[in-house]
Design a protein around this ligand. Structure first.
Ligand code: BGC
Length: 722
C-alpha cells in the first residue's frame, strides 16, 4: 500500500498513553487516527493484509505467526494480529489443551478461565493480539464435524464457559467469539441456509453469544452459512439489528476466512467490518465502488472506527507486562492441560465385577492388556484451523506405562481380533482405546462446496476446479474431517470390544471423540466406559491419572448420548437448506419420551454425593439457589450441583439447566453453595417488542446430578422478587 508521507509514526502509542492517563477516550483517539488516515488507508483497515497470491501459503503462515489485517506502520497501527484457536494457540509449538467439548465436560468456568489466560499469554507472546478461541456454536446434532470446537448442547453451560474463556483471554489479547450464527453443519457450511423462527433463534441459538457479548468480547466472527436466506456477511438483521441495536455490541465483526464475504459494499452496509484474511472481495470491490459513488464514506468510517476504537481500548487496558516466549507450553500450562483433561473425562459406567468396580485399577494387578490402534496415538483433535502442534504429546499407552512401572503392560493394536482377545485373557484387566480421529470428524474445505469465484477467476471449468481442489487438499491440512458418517463406533471397534470383553470380564473401554458416541451395540457387554474426548497433549498422562485413581474422572456430559440416532433432530451433512427448531439434544429426548443412554450432565466419580436444595432467591432474569452438598463416600471427590427448572404441568416435563457449580469435598465433607441462576431458558422473547418475559407454566426447580427424569423433589420456583 502506498504510504502517506508526513505524519508522525508511533501515533497509536501516543493515543494509548493519553487514554491511560484519562486525557482521551478510545473513541476520541480512534477519531483522531481516522482523521490522519488517507482514503486508501481507511479501506486498508477493512480487510486482511495478505495478498491473494499467498493464499496457498496461508496454512504455513498461520503456524509461523499472526495473520495481520489493517496494519498501518506509519501511525503505529498494529492491525488485527490474528491467531486461532479453541484448543490452544496454533502458532509455533504451543500447549495443546483438551478440545473445547472436553473442557465443557469439566463444567468448571474457573478452570476454563485459567485456560483462557494461558491461551491469551501464549498468543501474545508469539506476536498476536487477537484470538479466535471462543467458539460457542450450539451443538444441534452430535454428527457435526466441528462439535469438538464448541461447548456442547446447552445454552447456559456454553454461555458460562464461553464467558470464562473470554475473561481469561482479554487481559492479554482481543477475544473473538465465533461463528455468528447457527453454524453447526460442516460439509455444506459454505452453502447451507438455516431457516429459524425468532423464538428458536433468540431463545435457543443466541443466548450464549449474547452472554459473551455482555462479558465484553472484543470481536465477533461471522459464519459462512446463511440464515433465513441471507449469508451472514450481508445479514443486517443479525449483524446490526440483533448484535448492535438489541445487544449493544461495540467491538468489530470479522468474516470467517476466505469464503465468508459475498459482497464488498453489501457486507459493509450489513455491519461486517473486516474481511479476513486476504485482499479479496473488498480489495477488488471497494476502490471501484468508491470511484463510482456506490460506497458511502460514513460506512467506511464506521467500520474503521470500530476496529481502531477496540484496538486502542485493548492496548490501553491489557496487562502491561509483555509475556516472554517462555510461557509457551510452559510446565505450568502443561500441568493445566493435564488437570483440565482429568476434569473432562466422563465415567459413563463402572459396574462391579465380583466384589469391586474395575476402576480405579486395583493396585495389585500384575498384567494389563492395552488394546486398540488409538492407544499409541496422541489423538488431540481434528486437522482443521484449530490444530495445535505441541512440543510433545503423551499417548494412552505412554501414560499407563509411566504411571504403572511395576506392571507388565502388553499392547496390541486390535487389527487381529483373536490375538487381542488372547492378550486380554492372559491379563488381569484390559483397557480398550477406541473411537474417532481426524479422519472421522473435524473441519474441512471441500472443493465442491467452496465458491472459488471469490478468488477472482472464473472457476467454472470442472477440470480447473479439480486441480484447485487437489491443491487445497494437498497444500492444506483440511483434506479430511467433515461431519461424522456415523454416531456409533466403527464396526471393527465394536467387534473388538465384543471379543475382548468376552475374553476378560475386567475390561474398560476408553472412548475418544468430539461428541456423543452411541454405545448400544456393546454397552451391556463391558463393566466400565470412560469418555476421554480429545484430551490434549497431556492426554495420556491424564488418562493414566484417572484409570489408576491418582485423579478422579471429573467430567459430566455436555451433550446427551441417545440410544438411537433416530431420536435426534434431522441432520443432513450435505443439506442446502435446513430448519432449526427449539427441539434438540436432551430436550428433544425428553419431549418425545426417549430415555437417553446417558443423559445430559451425567458422569460418575469414584465417590458419591448427596445434594439438597435449601433455598432460592429469584429475580426476573437471574437468581441464586442455595444447595447443601455432602460427600457420602470414602474418597475425596468432586461433583457438579446442577439446577434445573421444569414446567411440572407438562405430561412429559422438559428440564432446563439454569445453573451449576462444581465443588470438591473430602470424604464426609459438607458445604453450602450459593449457585447463580440464569433463567433465560424459561423466558421468551416477544419478536414484536423484543421484550422478554417468563414463559407461562408451573415452574419448579430442583437440584440434580444430571438432567433429571424423576421429579419428586421439585420445589416451586419462586415468583420474581421485586
Ligand atoms: C474457520 C474459523 C477459523 C478460520 C481461521 C476458518 O476456516 O471456520 O473457525 O477461525 O478458518 O483459521
Amino acid at each position: 500500500m502506498a504510504q502517506h508521507q508526513g505524519a508522525t509514526a508511533g501515533t497509536v502509542d501516543a493515543c494509548v498513553r493519553r487514554i491511560r492517563a484519562g486525557q482521551q477516550t478510545a473513541a476520541e483517539a480512534a477519531d483522531q487516527l481516522i482523521a490522519e488516515l488517507t482514503e486508501d488507508e481507511l479501506l486498508w483497515l477493512l480487510d486482511g493484509d495478505t495478498p491473494i497470491q499467498a493464499a496457498l501459503k496461508l496454512m504455513s503462515r498461520m503456524k509461523a505467526g499472526p495473520v495481520v489485517g489493517g496494519a498501518v506502520a506509519r501511525l503505529g497501527i498494529p492491525g488485527i494480529r490474528f491467531s486461532d484457536g479453541p484448543r490452544g494457540v496454533i502458532m509455533g509449538r504451543s500447549t495443546a489443551f483438551p478440545v473445547t467439548m472436553a473442557r465443557a465436560a469439566t463444567w468448571d468456568p474457573a478452570l476454563e478461565r485459567e485456560v483462557g489466560t494461558a491461551i491469551g499469554l501464549e498468543t501474545r507472546a508469539q506476536g498476536a493480539n487477537y484470538s479466535a478461541a471462543v467458539c460457542v456454536n450450539l451443538l444441534r446434532h452430535p454428527a457435526w464435524g466441528r462439535a469438538q470446537e464448541c461447548y456442547g448442547e446447552d445454552p447456559v453451560l456454553t454461555g458460562r464457559m464461553g464467558v470464562a474463556l473470554t475473561r481469561g483471554l482479554r487481559p492479554h489479547v482481543m477475544a473473538c467469539v465465533k461463528h455468528f450464527a447457527l453454524n453447526s453443519v460442516e460439509n455444506s457450511r459454505f452453502k447451507v441456509d438455516v431457516t429459524v423462527d425468532e423464538h428458536a433463534l433468540h431463545e435457543v441459538y443466541l443466548p450464549h453469544f449474547r452472554a459473551v457479548v455482555a462479558a465484553g468480547v472484543d470481536s465477533v466472527m461471522s459464519s459462512y452459512n446463511s440464515v433465513n436466506g441471507r449469508f451472514l456477511d450481508v445479514n443486517k438483521v443479525l449483524l446490526t439489528d440483533v448484535l448492535r441495536d438489541e445487544w449493544g455490541f461495540e467491538g468489530f465483526v470479522t468474516s470467517d476466512w476466505v469464503f465468508g464475504v459475498h459482497d464488498a459494499v453489501g457486507s459493509l452496509e450489513a455491519g461486517l467490518d473486516v474481511e479476513m484474511p486476504l485482499r479479496l472481495v473488498r480489495a477488488r470491490g471497494l476502490p471501484a465502488a468508491r470511484e463510482d459513488g456506490r460506497l458511502p464514506h460514513p460506512l467506511v468510517v464506521r467500520s474503521a472506527h470500530r476496529v481502531l476504537r477496540t484496538t486502542l481500548a485493548h492496548l490501553a487496558t491489557r496487562e502491561q507486562a509483555e509475556p516472554s516466549l517462555e510461557v509457551v507450553a510452559s510446565p505450568a500450562h502443561r500441568a493445566l492441560a493435564r488437570r483440565a483433561a482429568t476434569r473432562a473425562m466422563v465415567l459413563l459406567k463402572n459396574d462391579p465385577v465380583g466384589a469391586a468396580a474395575i476402576l480405579p485399577l486395583d493396585a495389585s494387578i500384575g498384567r494389563l492388556a492395552v488394546i486398540g490402534r488409538l492407544a499409541t496415538e496422541a489423538n488431540i483433535g481434528d486437522h482443521g484451523s484449530s490444530m495445535v502442534d505441541p512440543p510433545s504429546t503423551s499417548s494412552p499407552l505412554d501414560g499407563l506405562r509411566a504411571a504403572l512401572p511395576g506392571i507388565e503392560i502388553s499392547h496390541l493394536d486390535g487389527s487381529h481380533i483373536a490375538a487381542a482377545a488372547e492378550a486380554a485373557a492372559r491379563a488381569d484387566a484390559a483397557i480398550l482405546v477406541v473411537g474417532m480421529d481426524h479422519r472421522d470428524e473435524g473441519e474441512r474445505i471441500q472443493n465442491d462446496d467452496a465458491d472459488l469465484s471469490v478468488l477472482g477467476f472464473p472457476f467454472t471449468l470442472r477440470p480447473l476446479r479439480r486441480v484447485i481442489g487437489w491443491l487445497v487438499r494437498t497444500r492444506s491440512q483440511f483434506g479430511r474431517g467433515g461431519d461424522r458418517a456415523t454416531l456409533t463406533l466403527h464396526a471393527s471397534d465394536e467387534r473388538l470390544i465384543t471379543a475382548v470383553a468376552a475374553a476378560n470380564p475386567r475390561t474398560a473401554v476408553v472412548l475418544i471423540g468430539g461428541s456423543a458416541l452411541i454405545v448400544e451395540a456393546w454397552r451391556e457387554r463391558v463393566p466400565a466406559i470412560l469418555h476421554a474426548w480429545y484430551p490434549g497433549m497431556e492426554g495420556g498422562r491424564a488418562l493414566a491419572d484417572v484409570l489408576t485413581g491418582a485423579a478422579e474422572p471429573g467430567g459430566r456430559l455436555p451433550v446427551a448420548i441417545p440410544t438411537d440416532p433416530a431420536h435426534l433432530p434431522f441432520f443432513d451433512a450435505e443439506a442446502r437448506t435446513i430448519t432449526y427448531d427449539a427441539w434438540w439434544g436432551q430436550r428433544k429426548l425428553d419431549r418425545d419420551g426417549h430415555p437417553a443412554a446417558f443423559p445430559f450432565g451425567f458422569g460418575l466419580g469414584y465417590t458419591t454425593f448427596e445434594h439438597t436444595l435449601v433455598d432460592q432467591r429469584v429475580g426476573e432474569t437471574d437468581g441464586t439457589a442455595t444447595v447443601r452438598v455432602r460427600n457420602t463416600g470414602a474418597r475425596v471427590g468432586s461433583t457438579v450441583a446442577q439446577l434445573y427448572a421444569v414446567d411440572t404441568a407438562l405430561e412429559r416435563p422438559v428440564p432446563q439447566l439454569v445453573g451449576f457449580q462444581r465443588v470438591d469435598l473430602d470424604p464426609g465433607g459438607e458445604v453450602t453453595l450459593d449457585v447463580a441462576l440464569d433463567l433465560t431458558p424459561i423466558r421468551q422473547r416477544d419478536p414484536r417488542t423484543r421484550l422478554w418475559t417468563r414463559r407461562p407454566g408451573s415452574w419448579g426447580i430442583l437440584v440434580a446430578t444430571h438432567s433429571p427424569s424423576v421429579f419428586d423433589d421439585v420445589a416451586p420456583l419462586a415468583a420474581p422478587s421485586a
